[in-house]
Design a protein around this ligand. Sequence first.
Ligand SMILES: C[S@@+](CC[C@H](N)C(=O)[O-])C[C@H]1O[C@@H](n2cnc3c(N)ncnc32)[C@H](O)[C@@H]1O
Length: 254
Amino acid sequence: MSGILFVIGTGPGNPEQMTPEAHSAISASTDFFGYGPYLDRLHLGAHQLRHASDNREELERAGAALTMAAGGRKVCVVSGGDPGVFAMAAAVCEAIDTGPAEWRSVELVVVPGITAMLAVAARVGAPLGHDFCAISLSDNLKPWDIIEKRLALAAKAGFVIALYNPISKARPWQLGKALELLRTQLPLQTPVIFGRAVGRPDEQIAVKPLGDARADLADMATCIIVGSPETRIISGGGKPAIVYTPRSIAGGKR
Ligand SMILES: C[S@@+](CC[C@H](N)C(=O)[O-])C[C@H]1O[C@@H](n2cnc3c(N)ncnc32)[C@H](O)[C@@H]1O
């Protein structure tokens, strides 16, 4: 008897940015797997069980959740932001791909959520208004030379770049190196947005030109958006600057 496995995202932190579909999945579930601070964002009933684990144990967590769902329980795996962006949905798929056959008969429901880069972008205007990409700066799951190659090619191709997992105690130098590399590819006045803990009480937003962007402006709760050469800043009116990337570039049909 197979159960169901929901994979949900809580959004970046503001409770209003968790979707109604995610709330319905929570109400329908009996068991919750996730990193403790993400589970703390849920208001669970007495009949709903928490199975908290460390943030680095994604594959083990996915396996434990699938085993329970395969046994007929209604299980919910919880990520921050969107569960498909550098998060648990891919870990669950990897576990199904390589795990026991019975995990394939579990009904898998991935519920989309609001990812950090969308919340950061909305705070300043519309920096993701034209083509963009997202790159994780973590070299835990991929080699650093691939990250450098992707950064250089994305910048050269004119993408706005959202940087996730920019820095941590175990990865102290990678962001500085990435900013150094981007300065060789982009104009030094390119706007860079540092969005920290967006949607939470300790939120901080800073906009700097690439020439002044420093790694110590970020921590592991920061998502950084590096503009393209088209990204612009509107200032004045006694209001914070608006950062946006126009929808068109020269040579388009209109
Ligand atoms: C493991 S990734 C998870 C991303 C998440 N699944 C999402 O869709 O936002 C963690 C990274 O997301 C970014 N992040 C998550 N929440 C954030 C927030 N409230 N404000 C800014 N960045 C955030 C940071 O770059 C952090 O290092």
